[in-house]
Design a protein around this ligand. Structure first.
Ligand code: XMP
Length: 549
């Protein structure tokens, strides 16, 4: 057993800021031929919770990287011709009956392989070493002593702090391997077979707590695998624009624009590629943050820099009517989603047949939908719904399909999209509809919009806006007695939420300085009619969720 897998069904919401999810959860995918020839490293996923982090860290070394399941056929791996292979951690014991494993052939391709945690144990197990239950379980930051010089630890301190999480350990290395590092409790923290270019480390270099983790990964992908490190966002953006132009030709393209990072970056990329052949439909469901509809229009509308065919549908009343009297959060989500499709359908009907429909799918969506790694089950319900009958189109285009979220933001900056759009907070598709407890009304939307705008303004003023993972104001359904001036009030309580999270699956409440909270409280009570109390939500996830619904 190596690491605890903390997976929850609500991580299915990891697809953030994409109202487009309501329309096409999954579709036919672009041919990937253009990515096949690129210099790349592949990550073989054994079900570890940090699999995506591994790939992200490799890309931080400017090396392109993709994730594949451990079930991937060896022939397919060979055909991809990777410069290196990384085996991830995983929750199993590699000597268990049905444990995920790989064939010996993987280590005989002549391609450098780096095993991490479970991946290291699998490597030893398959190649004739011994893995067994550890007398002492290691968890957390642990000092690793690097005993002999190794390419993997080039320029790494002889004593380096690493993140460990394992129940099993390598008690005997496989023939041909030398031990390179150890910890107080783990005799084989790192081992290598230089001749065969095989490397095994018991810790997790991808986790930020491993202080020199990125250096170790860089040593592997560039030093040992010989990758050039040429994966850059500017060239990605340029190449994508050129490829999109070729692909679309004279075709017509339709994009459902939410104003979120993903759909905005996808839209601008297409706008640069094909200009007026692109039509963007932006549905304002009245559940957006304060002034958001106008801000999106200012950028993408007729007076903005991109001169797109931009259609804004002001459907606020329709949504409020639908939500009238509805208090159950799941039902609200459903109604908002369905109404969104209906509105979009009407607009699409007016536009008529198009050749392509744009989706802002990003790489985590791909991996978590089972197209890449091992996370097949987790996001399966994003596959429900199928393709929209409502749009008459031939093919889906997903220009961001290979990018992680931080790379999407980098691409956005390359495209000169305003920073306030590029660094926007995650925002759920159903919008404020799920940040208002109980019935949604226009009045409650106004209250939460105003309170949230103040909160965001003060967080930015305090310089915390890029530090906190996600923060927003929500409206509780609680009214209570207060006093303002000489008057008795009976008004709502606003809840402030701020969390830090790596992956949105788990989260902890952020330590917002008390003075900042007090300023926000004071301003909300004074400036937002209908509010007489402000709470700060301390709940972590689990047991709470990030949203407040
Ligand atoms: P929870 O509340 O489940 O949220 O802890 C995890 C992350 O997902 C976002 N979220 C959504 N994103 N559509 C989305 O695109 C949704 O319906 C949705 N619900 C939650 C949430 O903002 C947080 O970032």
């Amino acid at each position: 057993m190596t690491e605890k897998n903390v997976l929850s069904t609500s991580e299915s919401y990891l697809i953030i800021e994409k109202i487009t999810d309501f329309i096409c959860p999954q579709g036919p995918h672009e041919e990937e031929t253009n990515w096949m020839d690129m210099e790349k490293v592949i990550v073989i996923d054994f079900g570890g919770q940090y699999n995506q982090l591994v790939a992200r860290r490799v890309r931080e070394c400017n090396v392109y990287c993709e994730i594949y399941s451990y079930r991937t056929d060896i022939g397919q791996i060979r055909a991809m011709n990777p410069k290196g292979i990384i085996l991830t951690g995983g929750p199993n014991s590699c000597y268990g009956a049905d444990a995920p494993t790989c064939t010996k052939e993987l280590f005989e391709l002549g391609i450098p392989v780096l095993g991490l945690c479970y991946g290291a144990q699998v490597m030893m197990h398959v190649l004739g070493g011994k893995v067994e239950s550890a007398p002492v379980r290691e968890y957390g930051k642990t000092e690793v002593m690097v005993d002999v010089s190794s390419g993997l630890f080039y320029n790494v301190s002889p004593k380096t702090l690493c993140w460990m999480s394992h129940f099993d350990y390598i008690s005997r290395v496989a023939p041909g391997f030398d031990i390179v590092g150890h910890t107080a409790d783990c005799p084989v923290a790192a081992a290598e077979n230089v001749e065969k270019k095989l490397y095994a480390i018991q810790f997790h270099p991808e986790v930020l707590h491993t202080q020199e983790g990125t250096k170790i990964l860089d040593n592997f992908v560039r030093g040992i695998c010989g990758c050039g490190g040429t994966w850059r966002m500017d060239s990605f953006v340029e190449d994508s624009i050129r490829m999109l132009r070729e692909k679309v030709g004279n075709g017509k393209v339709l994009c459902a624009l939410s104003g979120g990072v993903d759909s905005s970056v996808a839209a601008v990329m297409l706008a640069k590629a094909i200009g007026k052949q692109l039509t963007c439909v932006f549905v304002d469901h009245g559940l957006l943050r304060k002034n958001e509809g106008d801000e999106v229009e200012a950028v993408f509308g007729p007076d903005g820099p991109y001169k797109l065919n931009f259609i804004r549908v002001n459907a606020q009343e329709r949504f409020y009517n639908k939500l009238s009297g509805v208090t159950d959060p799941e039902q609200k989500r459903k109604l908002i989603g369905e109404e969104f499709i209906r509105v979009f359908e009407e607009e699409a009907g007016k536009i008529g047949a198009v050749d392509f429909l744009v989706q802002g799918t990003i790489y985590p969506d791909v991996v978590e939908s089972g197209f890449g790694g091992e996370s097949v089950v987790i996001k399966s319900h994003h596959n429900v719904g199928g393709l929209p009958d409502c749009v008459d189109f031939k093919e889906i285009i997903e220009p961001l399909r290979n990018l992680f979220k931080d790379e999407v933001r980098k691409a956005g900056l390359e495209l000169a999209i305003p920073e306030h759009l590029v660094f926007r907070q995650p925002f759920p598709g159903p919008g404020l509809g799920i940040r208002i407890i109980g019935e949604v009304t226009a009045e409650k939307v106004r209250i939460v919009q105003d309170a949230d705008a103040i909160y965001r303004e003060e967080i930015a003023k305090a310089g915390l806006d890029r530090e906190i993972g996600q923060y927003f104001a929500a409206l509780t359904n609680m009214q209570s007695v207060g006093v303002m001036g000489d008057e008795r009030t009976y008004d709502y309580a606003v809840a402030l939420r701020a969390v830090n999270t790596v992956d949105f699956m788990t989260a902890e409440s952020a330590e917002v300085p008390f003075e900042v909270l007090q300023t926000v409280m004071g301003r909300i009570i004074n400036e937002v009619r209908g509010v007489n109390r402000v709470f700060y939500d301390l709940t972590s996830k689990p047991p709470g969720t990030i949203e407040f619904e």
